[in-house]
Design a protein around this ligand. Structure first.
Ligand SMILES: Nc1ncnc2c1ncn2[C@@H]1O[C@H](COP(=O)(O)OP(=O)(O)O)[C@@H](O)[C@H]1O
Ligand SMILES: [Mg+2]
Length: 248
């Protein structure tokens, strides 16, 4: 089983929305998916109550001490992917979730406040030496400045190698909110939409990194990897600055 954690201090950056979209995209790709909700606000549980489909099941786990046990049980039950949606702030549950993550995702709107708010989660991610990526969410459609942000980031050879800015950026569109209201993922609510296409491609981008992580776990292949988690851990502050420089 692989475990993905979405974490950042800032509320409203898209942790829950992206957790739902990625869960559905992974299911469509053949995964057996569970969503764990550590946020007592219960946005994810409320979303599931509005759904008519049982899958993906949402498990509220608000106590940090229960997370390891739940993950072990899910693995034994045949779940292949668990996505953990965390609360804003960095709670004990978030810290433990990151501890057990195979990959961490840090959503941020293209605003200075959101970028700055990634720091605390990033510190925990670095402490556990976890692979991670930023997801720029709720970006504008027209986006000369974001285009140039992408170009500038792409010019950085180290960042290219490390690949820690997820692609594509997720544009701000009503589909995401309407889907959430309807108890659906955007890829169910509007399967032919640009929003669904972006989430599908985002899943593919993440899936490729998860596969690299699986290779990392195999000792014989480690030397073939372009970047180690240690190398990644040296980069995030620079990336935050780069992204912040282009924040709207
Ligand atoms: N790409 C997007 N476009 C439009 N609205 C979005 C997008 N991503 C998230 N939202 C909306 O922003 C709000 C906050 O998102 P949410 O996923 O609940 O954030 P978090 O879990 O980080 O607090 C919700 O109303 C959600 O529907
Ligand atoms: Mg949330």
């Amino acid at each position: 089983m692989q475990t993905i954690v979405l974490a950042t201090q800032k509320g409203g950056s898209g942790k829950t929305t992206l957790a739902i979209g990625l869960a559905l995209a992974a299911m469509q790709a053949g995964h057996t998916v569970r969503l764990i909700e550590t946020d007592p606000q219960g946005t994810l549980s409320n979303w599931q109550r509005r759904r008519s489909h049982a899958e993906p099941a949402v498990e509220p786990v608000y106590s940090a001490s229960e997370i390891e046990h739940r993950l072990m049980a899910l693995e034994e039950s045949g779940v292949t992917l668990t996505i953990i949606d965390t609360a804003g702030g960095v709670s004990a549950a978030t810290t433990v979730a990151i501890r057990y993550a195979d990959f961490c995702l840090i959503p941020a709107r293209p605003s200075v406040a959101d970028i700055e708010a990634t720091a605390s989660a990033l510190n925990v991610i670095k402490a556990w030496k976890k692979p991670f990526a930023f997801i720029l969410n709720q970006t504008p459609i027209r986006g000369q400045r974001l285009e140039s942000a992408a170009t500038a980031l792409g010019d950085e050879a180290t960042l290219d190698t490390a690949g820690i800015l997820a692609q594509p950026f997720i544009v701000m569109r009503n589909d995401h909110q309407d889907a959430m209201n309807a108890g659906l993922a955007v890829n169910e609510y509007a399967p032919e939409s640009k929003s669904a296409d972006e989430i599908g491609r985002l899943w593919q981008w993440i899936d490729a990194r998860l596969n690299v992580q699986t290779i990392m776990d195999a000792p014989l292949l480690v030397s073939t990897l372009p970047a180690t988690p240690d190398a990644l851990a040296t980069i995030p502050v620079a990336v935050s600055a780069e992204v912040a420089a282009y924040a709207l």
